[in-house]
Each structure stands twice: as structure tokens, then as C-alpha cells.
Design a protein around this ligand. Structure first.
Ligand SMILES: *Cc1c(COP(=O)(O)O)cnc(C)c1O
Length: 404
């Protein structure tokens, strides 16, 4: 054999027994079968074997299993981003003539996807008020196939009565999918919201999670997941996933696997830091309202308490993220100036990483329904990283001076 062939078909095989705290980075498009019979019979759907990189490797199977456990489900599918997970659910479960319902305070691109892409395939969407289960019930028609849920809502952090919304979906026989990025599988169990009528607890049909946020923890990975307890849904979603070809890279999967063990510690630390800062912000005159579901006067606080406060965690759990409403006397330019004056808080999208972030929002362009529970004024969202809390507080204090 020539050297070039030997380099590819080398006889050396490393010993099989290897165990380390982390699963290896298995990178493959091609998976090699020992013979044709194996190629014909191997099954990737149930994770009993490997067939092609896109269908799973030891790295991605391991990550999927851990994420399913994290969120209280039994099946998990990885997608190249959180938004891709939302898109995948829509494309796998909806067809022409169907309608999907989306909460008015949903993650913006979820609505944009419905307006821009689903509409072209004859799938319509409607918005509902997530703080009113009766509003949801009234909007469900015989064309409604899927209801999206989000807790807490994007930017304005309203916490819906999730059990009530899920009950409406169950009663009407409509699938419900929760964007579980905020709760990260830690703040509450989406598949076990309360004891059910029969043996099964009341829960959502599936969750999506932007692993980009807390599970990655580094602000350097884009990935998403879909988790369900339903064997039927998992099969539909997996087959569609295979046909659409949206897999994830092994290095990114490994990065999330590496960060996963510290997820509960980081989530709690960022939660505590956010609450300390939110409490301080509530005392600063330029901020007329603090939007954080653990706040007693925040919209949906009782619902948050009902779901996220338990005997084991009496202080409850929440993501390390909150918004403030700026006094309406401040112009858009002044609010932008305040954000620009922050030094530790960087201006950028996403959250869950080590660096604190800030972003001003104009709700008038992103909410279709009235928001009487919000004070007038511009909204600024803070995503708390892992910096020292006093340093972050001093940073906001110095930036507030620029408003004067
Ligand atoms: C970030 C985010 C997404 C999308 O995740 P990407 O990985 O950035 O596509 C979806 N939902 C929520 C609530 C998010 O915060």
C-alpha cells in the first residue's frame, strides 16, 4: 500500500475502553458500517445505532438525552439555533390551511416567521393576549392546530397563567408548544405543571429552548432544542428534522455539554444578581417601573409564584433578566444615551453569557395589543452576566448621571 492510502486506512485502532468526565467530540458526516446488512438494518430514530452524522453521533445523542432530562421530557432534537427550533416545530406540525396562535409578547422572530414564511405556505397566524386564558379560548377555531406559549414574555416579562392556558389547549385538542428559554428547565417543569385529571400531569406537548442562552453560557454558541414526552410527536419531528437537514456541529454540541453541569449554579447566581439590581433600580426615580416576575406588582407575579416558588426553593427561581420603564419625559435619544453611557453593560442581543447586556426597546413597534399594565415610557432590558453585582450597580448609577 502506498503511504497516502495507509494514512487513510491505517491499521492502528486505539483501545476501546476510554472513560473521561466529558464525552468526546465525535465529528462525522460519514458513519462507517461493518457490512451492507448493518447499513440496511441500523436504526437511528431510537438512538440504537449510528447511520449518518446528521442523524446523530455519540456527542449529539448524549447532549439530547441530558437536555430531555433537564426539561422533564423524554425525547430531544437539536437544531442550529433557538429560532430554528421554533421554525422546525412550525414546519413539522403545520400544513396549509392551519392556523397557529402566538402570544402578543412572544419572542419577536417567532411572529416574524409566521408573517414572513408561514403565510407563504398558506398557514395563517393570530395573536392572543397571554394574560387572559379566555382570550386564547375565544381565538381557537377549527383551523387552530398549534398554540405557542412563552413564560415570561419577551422584554416586558409578563408571566402567564401557564396551567390555565395549557388546560384550554388540552380541552380544545390543540397542540401547545412552550418557548422554555427563560425557565431553562430549572424555574419550573413544563411537562408537569400540576396534577392532571387522570394519571398524566397537566403539561405542554413540547418545549423549545434557545441553548444559545443559559445552556451554552458563553455567548459563543448558537443552538436550539425541541423536547417532548410524546413518542408520536418525537417521531414526526425527527423524521421532518432529517428531511430538512438541520443538524448541529460536534464542537458546538461539546461546548454545550461542557457548560451544562454548571447551568443550575449559573442560573441561580444570575437570578440573585438580577434581583438585587432590580431592587436597586426600583428606587431610582428615572425608572418608573421594574418588570421582573418576582416583583410583587409585576404583571403575572402570582402566576410566577404559583409555578416557580416551591418548598425546596422558597425564594423561587427566575432568569437573570429584567426590564425597566424609563420615565416618559426622557426622549428616545436620552434613553439611547443612557445605554451608550454604560460601560460594563454591553449593547447586544441574546443573554445567558458571562457579560451583562443592555438593549432599549420601542414596544409600539412590537406589540399589537394595548399594554395598560405598563407605565408609559421607553423600555430598557438588562441581561445580567456574572460580573460583581456592586460593579454593575455602580455602572448603572454613573450612566444615570448622563440623563440629567
Ligand atoms: C434567543 C431566544 C430565541 C432564539 O434563539 P437563537 O439561538 O438566538 O435563535 C428564542 N426564544 C427566546 C425566548 C430567546 O430568548
Amino acid at each position: 500500500m502506498s503511504r497516502s492510502t495507509d494514512l487513510i486506512h491505517h491499521p492502528y485502532q486505539p483501545p476501546a475502553e476510554f472513560e473521561a468526565p466529558q464525552v468526546g467530540v465525535f465529528k462525522a458526516s460519514t458513519v462507517i458500517f461493518p457490512n451492507v446488512a448493518a447499513m440496511r438494518t441500523r436504526e437511528w430514530l431510537d438512538k440504537s445505532a449510528y447511520t449518518y452524522g446528521l442523524h446523530g453521533t455519540p456527542t449529539t445523542f448524549t447532549l439530547e438525552e441530558r437536555l430531555a432530562t433537564l426539561e422533564g421530557g423524554t425525547h430531544c432534537i437539536l437544531t442550529p439555533s433557538g429560532l430554528a427550533a421554533i421554525a422546525h416545530v412550525d414546519f413539522a406540525l403545520l400544513q396549509s390551511g392551519d392556523e397557529v396562535l402566538i402570544p402578543d409578547n412572544a419572542y419577536g422572530p417567532n411572529k416574524a416567521l409566521a408573517e414572513g414564511e408561514l403565510a407563504r405556505f398558506g398557514i395563517t397566524h393570530a395573536l392572543y393576549n397571554p394574560m387572559d386564558a379566555q382570550d386564547l379560548a375565544a381565538r381557537i377555531t377549527e383551523r387552530t392546530r398549534l398554540v405557542w406559549l412563552e413564560a415570561a414574555g419577551s422584554v416586558t416579562m409578563e408571566f402567564p397563567d401557564l396551567p390555565a392556558l395549557v388546560r384550554v389547549c388540552c380541552e380544545r385538542g390543540v397542540l401547545c408548544a412552550l418557548d422554555n428559554t427563560w425557565g431553562a428547565g430549572l424555574a419550573f417543569n413544563a411537562f408537569d405543571l400540576e396534577p392532571g385529571q387522570g394519571s398524566a400531569p397537566l403539561g405542554v406537548d413540547l418545549t423549545i429552548h434557545a441553548l444559545t442562552k443559559y445552556p451554552s453560557g458563553g455567548g459563543d454558541v448558537l443552538m436550539g432544542s425541541i423536547v417532548t414526552r410524546s413518542d408520536d410527536l418525537a417521531r414526526t419531528l425527527k423524521l421532518s428534522h432529517m428531511r430538512l437537514g438541520t443538524g448541529v456541529g460536534a464542537n458546538d454540541a461539546e461546548a454545550v455539554l461542557r457548560a451544562l453541569p454548571s447551568l443550575p449554579l449559573r442560573y441561580q447566581a444570575q437570578d440573585q444578581a438580577a434581583r438585587r439590581l432590580a431592587a436597586w433600580c426600583a428606587l431610582q426615580a428615572p425608572f418608573t417601573q421594574v418588570l421582573h416576575p418576582a416583583w410583587t406588582d409585576a404583571p403575572g407575579h402570582a402566576h410566577w409564584k404559583n409555578l416557580c416558588v416551591t418548598a425546596e426553593v422558597p425564594q423561587g427561581l427566575a432568569a437573570g433578566i429584567f426590564s425597566v420603564v424609563m420615565d416618559e419625559r426622557f426622549s428616545s435619544a436620552q434613553v439611547d444615551g443612557f445605554c451608550d453611557a454604560l460601560k460594563l453593560f454591553k449593547i447586544g442581543y441574546s443573554w445567558g453569557g458571562p457579560m451583562s447586556l443592555v438593549m432599549p426597546y420601542n414596544l409600539r413597534s412590537s406589540r399589537a395589543m394595548p399594554t395598560p399594565h405598563l407605565k408609559p415610557g421607553r423600555v430598557v432590558r438588562f441581561c445580567i452576566g456574572l460580573e460583581d453585582v456592586d460593579d454593575l450597580q455602580n455602572d448603572i448609577a454613573q450612566a444615570l448621571q448622563h440623563l440629567k
